[in-house]
Design a protein around this ligand. Structure first.
Ligand code: ADP
Length: 164
């Protein structure tokens, strides 16, 4: 049974992320989505608990996708959950530079136990990012091309609660 870990902030989860999960779940027996708390990233839109809740709702019917939350190093989460590899999504050259460094560090920290596998989103999602989605959303524009309706709805609820 081949398990893989897909770590990220997912603030919020976009159709780009979902496209990567779909591809990974076709390739491997189980995909564990690790919703990460990254102390270096400035506080985002959703809390860790909210991101977990949303992603669990998105994948409640997919029985080879599991959602967990974690802090610290993704590599430790991968080792703890007996994952064979870490999945990352690649969009642009700037992603590439960062991911090359990350995979090298992860390989070293795990004594070559954990590899990184990069997948490419389908072309309509190649340029979708969580930050872009948040910007478009803040302009009160339609974001249905970039996020699932569940995510959009939760963003609207969050916005209303922040305005109040
Ligand atoms: P992180 O904070 O780790 O960068 P993100 O939530 O931004 O987390 O992204 C998690 C992973 O998903 C990263 O590997 C990122 O490159 C990838 N990713 C994000 N958006 C897309 C997309 N549109 N297409 C392909 N991969 C993506």
């Amino acid at each position: 049974m081949t398990k893989v870990l897909y770590p990220g902030s997912f603030d919020p989860m976009t159709k780009g992320h979902m496209n990567i999960v779909e591809q990974a779940s076709d390739l491997f027996d189980e995909v564990i989505i690790a919703v990460m708390q990254n102390p270096l990233k400035k506080s985002g839109l959703f809390t860790l608990e909210e991101r977990m809740e949303i992603i669990k709702a998105l994948y409640q019917k997919m029985n080879n996708v599991r959602v967990i939350s974690a802090s610290g190093a993704a590599i430790d989460v991968a080792l703890l959950n007996e994952c064979k590899a870490i999945i990352r999504g690649l969009r642009s050259l700037s992603d590439y530079d960062y991911e090359v460094q990350l995979q090298q560090i992860n390989k070293e920290m795990s004594n070559n136990k954990i590899n990184t596998i990069c997948l490419f989103a389908d072309k309509e999602y190649q340029f979708v990012s969580s930050s872009m989605v948040k910007e478009v959303f803040n302009l009160d524009k339609d974001i249905s091309r970039y996020v699932d309706p569940i995510v959009w709805e939760r963003m609207l609820i969050k916005k209303r609660s922040l305005i109040r």
